[in-house]
Design a protein around this ligand. Structure first.
Ligand code: GLY
Length: 439
C-alpha cells in the first residue's frame, strides 16, 4: 500500500505511526516543515505549501498512492481532495464542499437548523448590510460569542466574559470581523464542559472514538490566552468524569444526523473524520463547532488505542464498507501534554534548540512545529512536542506524560495540571453546580 500523507504536525506524526503499524505501508509525505518524526517514517517526502495545489498534484502523480490521508484543515479547505479525486486518487478527508462543515460555521449552523438537528444554540448570521439588526438580537441573550465565518486557526472566536465584556464590544468586534470576512455569527454563550468526539465515517456509517477533553488556555488552572490546545486526556472507560454514557450517545446521534444531512444537501458522501466539538450543558449536549479532521492534540489520545489495522479502516472508509469492520479501541487512559516555546502563544521565543532526554517506556513523543537541523532539533514559534502517556488509569497516564514533558529541556514550558486529579475534579464540580442550578 502506498499512502500519501499531507500535513506536518504532531497529529500527522501519530497518523503516520498508526498507518505504519501495517508492515506493508509505504508512506510518502507532503509537509510544510521538516518534521523529523514523519520523515523518519516516510519512504520519501516533499516540502511545500498547502495552497500550492500544482505541487501537491505533481507529487501525487509521481508517487501514485493508493490513497491520500489529509491531516489539517488548510488543504481540505483548499480543495485538495477534489484535486486528487480528478487524478483518480481517493482520500481520507472531505471534498471542499463537505469541508464547509469546518470552514464555514454559518453553513454548519444552518444545516442543523434546516434538518432540525438538535445542538444549535440561539444564533444569527450577519453581513455588513444586516449588522444593524444585531443590536436587537444581542438583547435576547445574557452573554454571547462572536465567530468569524471562516478558518481562523482557532483564534478568531471571541467570548463575552473572556475576551470582551459588553454587548457594545461584541458589536465592535462584529464590525472588525466584517472587514475581513463576508459574514459573522453571533451565538448565545453556552455554559458547561467541552469535549471532543472524533468520529470516523464513510458517509453512511459513523463510528465514535472515545471522548477527549482538550485544554485551550496556555497556563495552569485555565489561565492565560487561548492556544491551539495545550494538552488533552481520555479515560479507560471511554467516558469522561463529567460525562454520562447518554451524553456521548447524544453527541454521536448529532453527528450521525449531520452526516445524513450533508449527503442530502450536497449529494456527496463524507469520507473521513467528523470531529464534533461538543459542550455538555445543564440542558444537555450542544454543538460548539465541527472540524473536518482529527483534533490536535486529540488525535494522540485515540489513534494509539486502535487495535484494528488503520489501513484496513481507511480502505473501508474509501470503499464505504465501514459497517463490515468492528472498530476496537483499547480500554486505556491517555494524557497528552504539549511542550511549547516560552512566551507561547503571544510572544514565543523562536528557533531555540531543545534536548530530548531519555523517554520512559510507555510514553509517546510526537513532533509538531520543530525543525530538524544538522546539530539537533529546533523549536519554531508554535507548539513543539506532544508527550503522551497511556496506562490503565488516568493517574498513571498523567505521570508518564508529565515525566516525558519534563525530560524536554530548553526554553520551553508545559501545563503540569492537565490530567491531574485536581483539575479533573474541578471539571466534575463545575458540571455538578450547573446541574444543581437547574433543579
Ligand atoms: N484541539 C483543537 C483542534 O484540533 O482544533
Amino acid at each position: 500500500m502506498k499512502i500519501l500523507l499531507i500535513g506536518s504536525g504532531a497529529r500527522e506524526h501519530v497518523i503516520a505511526e498508526t498507518l505504519k503499524k501495517n508492515s506493508n505501508t509505504q508512506l510518502y509525505s507532503y509537509l510544510k516543515s521538516k518534521n523529523p518524526g514523519i520523515i523518519s517514517l516516510s519512504k520519501d517526502f516533499e516540502l511545500g505549501s498547502y495552497s500550492d495545489l500544482d505541487r501537491i498534484k505533481r507529487y501525487a502523480q509521481k508517487i501514485k498512492p493508493d490513497f491520500a490521508f489529509i491531516g489539517p484543515e488548510g488543504p481540505l479547505g483548499n480543495g485538495v481532495v477534489d484535486l486528487l479525486d480528478e487524478i483518480g486518487i481517493p482520500s481520507i478527508g472531505p471534498t471542499k464542499s463537505l469541508a464547509r462543515l469546518e470552514t464555514s460555521k454559518s453553513f454548519t449552523r444552518l444545516l442543523l437548523r434546516k434538518y432540525k438537528i438538535s445542538g444549535n444554540p440561539k444564533f444569527e448570521i450577519f453581513t455588513k448590510k444586516k449588522l444593524h439588526s444585531a443590536k436587537l438580537f444581542l438583547k435576547e441573550m445574557e452573554e454571547c460569542v462572536v465567530k468569524p465565518d471562516g478558518l481562523t486557526g482557532g483564534k478568531g472566536v471571541k467570548v463575552q466574559g473572556d475576551h470582551f465584556q459588553t454587548k457594545r464590544e461584541a458589536l465592535d468586534y462584529c464590525n472588525e470581523v466584517l472587514k475581513t470576512h463576508p459574514r459573522v455569527i453571533v451565538e448565545e454563550k453556552m455554559e458547561g464542559e467541552e469535549f471532543s468526539l472524533q468520529c470516523l465515517t464513510d458517509g453512511k456509517i459513523v463510528i465514535a472514538t472515545p471522548p477527549v477533553q482538550d485544554h485551550k488556555r496556555a497556563y495552569v488552572d485555565d489561565k492565560g490566552p487561548n492556544t491551539g490546545g495545550m494538552g488533552s486526556y481520555s479515560c479507560e472507560n471511554h467516558l469522561l468524569p463529567f460525562l454520562t454514557k447518554r451524553d456521548v450517545e447524544d453527541g454521536l446521534t448529532i453527528t450521525k444526523k449531520v452526516a445524513g444531512a450533508l449527503y442530502k444537501e450536497t449529494g456527496e458522501y463524507y469520507k473521513g473524520v467528523m470531529y464534533a466539538g461538543l459542550i455538555v450543558t445543564k440542558d444537555g449536549v450542544k454543538l460548539v463547532e465541527y472540524n473536518a479532521r482529527f483534533g490536535d492534540p486529540e488525535a494522540m489520545n485515540v489513534l494509539p488505542l486502535l487495535e484494528n489495522d488503520f489501513v484496513d479502516v481507511c480502505n473501508s472508509i474509501i470503499n464505504q464498507n465501514l459497517n463490515k469492520i468492528k472498530i476496537k479501541l483499547q480500554n486505556k487512559a491517555t494524557v497528552c501534554k504539549y511542550v511549547v516555546p516560552k512566551g507561547y502563544p503571544d510572544n514565543p521565543v523562536r528557533n531555540k534548540k531543545i534536548e530530548i532526554g531519555k523517554i520512559q517506556k510507555g510514553a509517546g513523543i510526537y513532533y509538531a512545529s520543530v525543525d530538524q537541523k544538522d546539530d539537533g532539533i529546533y523549536l519554531t514559534s508554535s507548539r513543539g512536542v506532544a508527550c503522551l502517556g497511556i496506562a490503565d488509569s488516568l493517574e498513571k497516564a498523567e505521570k508518564i506524560a508529565e515525566t516525558a514533558a519534563k525530560s524536554i529541556k530548553g526554553d520551553v514550558f508545559h501545563r503540569e495540571d492537565i490530567g491531574t486529579e485536581k483539575l479533573v475534579e474541578k471539571r466534575v464540580r463545575h458540571m455538578e453546580s450547573l446541574k444543581n442550578k437547574k433543579l
